[in-house]
Design a protein around this ligand. Structure first.
Ligand code: HEC
Length: 109
């Protein structure tokens, strides 16, 4: 197992959280891989394997504005409800959704 797999598996999240940032970045990265990457892409540019065929395209997190607001709690709410062709993620916990919201804000350049 390499270091990336360790981080993605969450084993290192204790060591990282609080050092890198205030949220569970390793946990969020894992959730992003599992739920969002297929559409929003590895680098958050809206160019995932499924995303590139969608119209409108999934948001490009590096530069697009968020229609429903880009505060963490507003993004978390978008994740809960979904948005047009984006499916809802009501199955994720409120904590997971806030972690994801903080994580995708990190793509902004
Ligand atoms: C099936 C593809 C798909 C998946 C999976 C998906 N999205 Fe999206 N997402 C979209 C599309 C398409 C849009 C743009 C919808 C539109 O503009 O009509 C979007 C828009 C967004 C927006 C912007 C909403 C706004 O206010 O403008 C955010 C934030 C977002 N997605 C986050 C996520 C997160 C986080 C995940 C994973 C939990 C995720 N998405 C999973 C397709 C997807």
């Amino acid at each position: 197992m390499n270091i990336l797999e360790l981080i993605l598996s969450g084993s290192l999240s204790w060591g990282c959280s609080g050092v890198l940032s205030a949220y569970d970045m390793a946990g969020a990265a894992k959730l992003y891989q599992a739920n969002c990457v297929i559409c929003h892409g590895e680098s958050g540019e809206g160019n995932g394997p499924a995303g590139q065929y969608m119209n409108p395209r999934p948001r490009n997190f590096t530069k697009d504005k968020f229609i429903r607001g880009d505060k963490p709690d507003e993004i978390a709410e978008t994740i809960r409800t979904g948005f047009n062709q984006m499916p809802p993620f009501g199955n994720l916990s409120p904590e997971d959704r806030i972690n994801l919201a903080n994580y995708i804000k990190g793509f902004r350049k």
